[in-house]
Design a protein around this ligand. Structure first.
Ligand SMILES: [Zn+2]
Length: 164
C-alpha cells in the first residue's frame, strides 16, 4: 500500500498512469478492509460458538482520546468491529457479553493485585509475587476479574516471600 501511495503521489494527477495507480491503491484498500472484516467475522463466530459468557474491554469507556497515531487508530477500529460483530452474534445466540472499563488492565497483577508498571514494549508481566505470564494473558485475566467483580489479593505465603 505504501508503494502504491508513493506511485500515486509521484504521477501527474489526472493522467492515465496516475488513474491506473489510483485504481490499484483503491483496490488495495478494499482488499485490506475485507480481510479485516473476514477476520472479525471468524473470530466472533468462534467466540460465540465456544463460550456462553464473554468479557471484553470497552474502548468507548477509555473515550475517543484524540489519537494521531495511525497504526493505533486502525487497531482500535478493528477492535470495535470485532466487538460489534461479537455483540450481535451473541445476541442471536442468547449468550452474554460484558464490557469492562479497560483502565489498568495491563498494569495490575492478576494474581496479587499489585500495580506492575510496564511499557507497551514489555511483552511479559513479571510481578514481585512471583507471577510471570504473557502481558496479554495477564490483561485478559484482569478483564475477566473486573467482569465478575473479583479483586485479587496477595496471599499469605507470597507476602512473607516478598519480605526478603
Ligand atoms: Zn503479583
Amino acid at each position: 500500500m505504501k508503494w502504491l501511495q508513493r506511485m500515486v503521489s509521484r504521477r501527474k494527477m489526472g493522467s492515465n498512469r496516475w488513474r491506473k495507480a489510483a485504481l490499484m491503491l483503491a483496490k488495495c484498500h478494499e482488499y485490506i478492509a475485507n480481510q479485516r472484516k473476514d477476520a472479525a467475522h471468524k473470530i466472533s463466530r468462534y467466540l460465540v460458538d465456544h463460550y456462553d459468557w464473554i468479557a471484553f474491554e470497552d474502548l468507548n469507556i477509555r473515550g475517543m482520546v484524540k489519537n494521531h497515531h495511525l497504526a493505533k487508530s486502525i487497531v482500535d477500529a478493528g477492535w470495535r468491529m470485532l466487538v460489534q460483530f461479537t455483540a450481535y452474534k451473541a445476541e442471536w445466540a442468547g449468550k452474554q457479553l460484558i464490557a469492562v472499563d479497560p483502565r489498568n488492565t495491563s498494569q495490575v497483577c492478576s494474581e496479587c493485585g499489585r500495580i506492575v508498571k510496564k511499557t507497551l514494549k514489555e511483552r511479559t508481566h513479571r510481578c514481585s509475587c512471583g507471577y510471570v505470564v504473557d502481558r496479554d494473558v495477564n490483561a485478559a485475566r484482569n478483564i475477566l476479574h473486573k467482569a465478575i467483580g473479583y479483586v485479587p489479593e496477595p496471599r499469605y505465603g507470597q507476602l512473607e516471600l516478598n519480605l526478603f
